[in-house]
Design a protein around this ligand. Sequence first.
Ligand code: MLT
Length: 302
Amino acid sequence: MRVLICDPLAENALARLREGGVEVTVKTGMSPEELAHELAQGYEAIVVRSATKVRKPALDAAVGLKLIVRAGVGLDNVDADHARAKGIEVVNTPRASSDSVAELALAHMFALARSLPQATQSIRDGKWEKKAFVGIELQGRTLGVVGIGRIGQALARRALALGMKVIASDKFVIQSPLPEVPLIPLPDLLAQSDFVSLHVPADPAGPVIGAAEIARMKDGAYLINCARGEVVDEGALLAALRSGKLAGAGLDVFAVEPPTNLELVRHPKVTLTPHIGAQTREAQERIGGEVVEILLQRARAG
Ligand code: MLT
């Protein structure tokens, strides 16, 4: 089996594939044209993370391609419908990074609640401003989880353990997977939550959180987005931060990455990470492990 690895994959995963008899070619950082040219060379499978965009022209150029493995969760960088229409299977590794993403969402909540970036900078500037950094506890606050899939549940469990009240909203789920977490309509969740954390894919119909949704949120609430940048209307978010409607936002993802909305990313009430929800050693090892299992199974099946 010939496999093209288009984005970095854990070294031990590459070694296990080679040991399993898979012919592995690693070519990262390809342009769309280079990818199309490479796929014309005849690979049965390719592995991508989020950087490589597998669009129609590359799929149309592919010779003998049977499988696309997305090492991660979101399939927004793969034209999956077009691939499937051509008989190419598309799979992802949905379980591997849930705990890491949930922990990052929680990290943003703590960082916002206790002004960690500002306090760090203040001490580096030679100051000792104890009175400037009066924060809030998470304990006793209400967390609204939008999207109660694997990541939403992982965050909800952690928040419950911290003594938070957790509510959830999910337009695809009828019964809550966690008995302690009531499922309620999104407008009610927005009105009741001190923190709102988003764990839904991008919706082609538009942002899940725009000006109308922010207007429903509590004054002084916090918004966390470790899902996809398109889920939030960044203009509406910036306006809400400027007006003081929202006390802060924790952002791991952006409409354009790296972000071009500099007013938003420079706003002092925002904590920022560069789309690193899945970037832990543990998640990357699990992702690598799942990719190896998928490919070795296919190689064995012939
Ligand atoms: C994912 O969809 O797996 C995460 O957002 C991580 C990533 O895309 O790098």
